[in-house]
Design a protein around this ligand. Structure first.
Ligand SMILES: [Zn+2]
Length: 73
């Protein structure tokens, strides 16, 4: 499935997580406002540890660049 729409969701810690389709991703670099970052940001699937999921997505200035890998869940 090719996902082209992403959504940034604020967390209680002041950071953001990313939602692409049914999956959520945690930011790898602790970006506080990913929609205004003018460099590529990597996001790791929230099930990375619990489900050994290796899917990584990348955003640039608030837009989804790509999603690599397939979810294990
Ligand atoms: Zn996943």
């Amino acid at each position: 499935m090719h996902a082209s729409v992403c959504e940034f969701i604020p967390t209680k810690r002041g950071t953001y997580k990313l939602r692409v389709g049914n999956a959520t991703f945690w930011c790898g670099t602790g970006v506080f406002n990913p929609g205004q970052v003018n460099k590529v940001t990597n996001w790791y699937c929230s099930k990375k540890k619990t489900r050994k999921c290796k899917v990584v997505s990348r955003t640039l200035a608030g837009h989804l660049l790509d999603v690599s890998g397939e979810h294990t869940h």
